[in-house]
Design a protein around this ligand. Structure first.
Ligand code: PGA
Length: 248
């Protein structure tokens, strides 16, 4: 089953209009020949400027979150319709930093995912275990629960992307080994095939995220179940192009 590789950057709370525009301009010629899908998920306020900067390139601009209501009294939030207005295609949902610092849980992840799908945005739904959970042998239970609750009510799982991001590997420089990442992503695909169908599970793109960089991307991308990466730190520099060109 062939799935198109997908490399997505997550700028988190970094960059300005000037630095972001410069980075995208620098990336453009470097990724011209890329065969994979490419996205940069940028801070909401930078979306209009980065959409403009990325025009005519392979880079699609994504958001880092979306509210579940269409509109209303939700101070500080941004709706799917607003994102779509600017040509946003992807939205990261349930990143572990959102779960850890902003009270998000499987239920809010579920509501946001359904809202994104309803509005034809492609959710990049993040799941992953903490170090304590891994050490306790709980990884599979945690991931299964995140999938069951987070994707509750999803009709067509092929319309979303899953990002497996072990919390202990995010921003720590500690990447999961190729084998560890493959084994866990394989489990995620198996779980999706039970929740949906084998056929659909085989068509869902599953990304690895957590200290993925120009040096380790080839090994991770060579794993049969890993279809791409969600890249934090390394998406803030032209190193991102090396990851996008992992097959060169
Ligand atoms: P990192 O972040 O690549 O800096 O570890 C990945 C992520 O949080 O999406």
């Amino acid at each position: 089953m062939s799935r198109k590789p997908f490399i997505a950057g997550n700028w988190k709370m970094n960059m300005t209009v000037a630095t972001g525009t410069k980075l995208i301009a620098d990336l453009k010629p470097l990724i011209k020949e890329a065969k994979c899908d490419v996205a940069l998920c940028v801070p909401a306020i930078l979306i209009p400027a980065m959409v403009k900067a990325a025009k005519g390139s392979k880079i699609k601009i994504g958001a880092q979150n979306v509210h579940f209501a269409d509109h209303g009294a939700y101070t500080g939030e941004i709706s799917a319709e607003m994102l779509k207005d600017y040509g946003v295609k992807y939205v990261v949902i349930g990143h572990s930093e959102r779960r850890q610092y902003f009270g998000e849980n499987n239920d809010t992840v579920n509501q946001r995912t359904l809202a994104a799908l309803k509005n034809e945005l492609t959710p990049i739904v993040c799941i992953g275990e903490t170090l304590t959970e891994r050490d306790a042998g709980d990884t599979e239970n945690v991931l299964a629960r995140q999938l069951e609750l987070g994707l509750h009510g999803v009709e067509d799982v092929k319309q979303l992307v899953i990002a497996y991001e072990p919390v202990w590997a995010i921003g720590t420089g500690k990447t999961a080994t190729d084998a560890q990442a493959q084994e866990t992503v394989k489990f995620i695909r198996k779980k999706l095939s039970k929740m949906f169908s084998v056929k659909d599970a085989n068509r869902v793109r599953i990304l690895y995220g957590g200290s993925m960089n120009a040096g380790n991307c080839k090994g991770l991308m060579a794993q049969p179940d890993i279809d791409g990466g969600l890249i934090g730190g390394a998406s803030l520099k032209t190193d991102f192009a090396t990851i996008v060109n992992f097959d060169k």
